[in-house]
Design a protein around this ligand. Sequence first.
Ligand SMILES: CC(C)(COP(=O)(O)OP(=O)(O)OC[C@H]1O[C@@H](n2cnc3c(N)ncnc32)[C@H](O)[C@@H]1OP(=O)(O)O)[C@@H](O)C(=O)NCCC(=O)NCCS
Length: 333
Amino acid sequence: MPRDLPRDTVTGANNYCSNLSRKSIRDRRFTQYTQEGNRHVYQTMKLNEDTGRSLPIENFYQFDCDQRLTNCFFQSAALLSPKILLVPYDPHHVPTYHQWMEDTALRDATASEGLSLEEEYNMQRGWRLDPDKLTFISVIPPAIENEADKASIIAGSDDAAGRMIGDVNLFFQEDDDDEDEESDEGIEDGDDSSAPSMDPEGHRKIAGEVEVMIARSEYRGRGLGKATLLLFLAYVLRNREEVVAGLCKDGETATLSTLKVKINRNNHQSIGLFENVGFRKKTPGTTNYFGEYEMCVEMPLEQFRVHIDGLLEEYGMGNWRELQYERSLPNGH
Ligand SMILES: CC(C)(COP(=O)(O)OP(=O)(O)OC[C@H]1O[C@@H](n2cnc3c(N)ncnc32)[C@H](O)[C@@H]1OP(=O)(O)O)[C@@H](O)C(=O)NCCC(=O)NCCS
């Protein structure tokens, strides 16, 4: 399976593909942009593996980069719990992140490509800007004498390189589980687009694919992967409309309708972790072309939110808080 994007199928002189959505390549989907100054035109594409043609899933969205960095609700959110701190992925994290990803075993476990440092900086910018992605860096929390006195998280200090241990992220895509065959047929028949899936209330259905990584091996097996995942899921489930709002055009509403994860069949630790928090194998005993199990949340997400809140309490993290992430430079750039 190609690990690179099919750039030659993309039309237009100044288009570029986001090589951030590694998993989306495997899902035959990727995002495409046209950059006009500070304005990005964003479009979700679907790749037909037989013909190599990529076709738009639906109409494009436009956004202003600076506005998105400033206004988007989660750009300045830090999530503080006694076990783990989650902060937005900022440029000062990139050298450490890049160093982690030099490890081939880690790249294999996370289905990632090796990138140059410059590519990693582009990747970081994409993870902050793209409406179909949400990511946090996982950090050992600073020692706090009096919880109530801690009003904000200071970028570069509370999350200095030595405290960084991993990341957690979501990649959003159309929730078209029931329509995969139909869409593929549509593409083969020459139909140039497929309509988004809607729920009965008229909201676009968006699926979120989770990925978590504790990059520093000396921190694995200490409950920090679970702490990271629980805290992230609690935040996402509490903000189900907001996290997908960037994918809506004017007048549209969207809802996070399902959560899933794809894990290599040999990654027992990760499978155990996701089972532990409530994900289930979709088709036990069967893996996809890439040897991965797809695991999903079978209960309605509102019920799952209550379940995750309960696990956080049990894990001594029920008192987690969302704090302002204070940067000395605007947007960390
Ligand atoms: C997978 C990973 C995130 C797990 O994080 P971790 O901090 O090592 O795991 P934790 O200590 O938090 O363990 C959490 C749960 O995972 C499960 N688990 C851990 N090790 C396990 C193993 N060897 N077999 C089965 N389940 C296991 C347990 O249910 C455990 O919960 P418990 O301690 O309450 O029993 C981490 O090992 C990692 O980043 N590995 C490399 C990258 C990767 O594989 N990412 C996943 C891609 S989807």
